[in-house]
Design a protein around this ligand. Structure first.
Ligand code: APR
Length: 173
């Protein structure tokens, strides 16, 4: 089974096959990690995103699309739209889970081996961080068990709170 790793840092600096972007349905960029990725990648990334939305209109919550990486060190960017937390009774847990699964399915489709995730939905979208961590880790573990072609998944925590939550959860597993 592929390895799960945890690092604290800026996902835009990683030299991996793909980094995952916590996007919004318009795929036009935004703040947080979305803003950081678009800034580091340059305008080409937005161009590619707009070509996609011209075809599909918008990216539904839980779905994922893939683009090149512009000026980033990685090869691809997988854009997924996590759920906005509305209290937990609107399928948010399921939607967060499939955001991870659909991102990994795309990585597999493109024969990618090393993928890095930010803590999707835990910033502007307000998803409780510990619950998001449990969902993310279990979704990734389940996918890795069934898809040994994926060699490594890196959880990239930018803020200390997420990092400590992941550190605790991954060591106590
Ligand atoms: N590298 C890694 N993680 C980062 C970075 C970075 N450079 N910058 C921010 N993060 C982390 C945040 O600390 C947070 O833990 O990404 C996580 C997700 O937070 P957001 O970026 O706010 O994403 P999300 O909560 O999914 O909200 C998405 O915000 O930026 C807009 O366009 C985006 O509308 C969408 C919404």
């Amino acid at each position: 089974m592929g390895k799960i790793e945890l690092i604290k840092g800026d996902i835009t600096q990683l030299e991996v096959d793909a980094i995952v972007n916590a996007a919004n349905s318009t795929l036009r960029g935004g703040g947080g990690v979305d803003g950081a990725i678009h800034r580091a990648a340059g305008p080409k990334l937005l161009e590619e995103c707009l070509q996609i939305t011209e075809k599909i209109g918008y990216c539904p919550t839980g779905e994922a699309v893939i683009t090149g990486a512009g000026n980033l060190k990685c090869k691809y960017v997988i854009h997924t739209v996590g759920p906005i937390w509305k209290g937990g009774s609107y399928g948010e847990e399921f939607l967060l889970r499939i955001s991870y699964i659909n991102s990994l399915k795309l990585a597999k489709e493109y024969s990618l081996k090393v993928i890095a995730f930010p803590n999707i939905s835990t910033g502007a979208y307000g998803f409780p961080k510990k619950l998001a961590c449990e969902i993310a880790v279990s979704a990734v573990k389940e996918f890795l068990l069934q898809n040994p072609e994926i060699e490594r998944v890196i959880f990239v925590c930018y803020d200390q709170e997420n990092y400590e939550i992941y550190q605790k959860y991954l060591t106590n597993e």
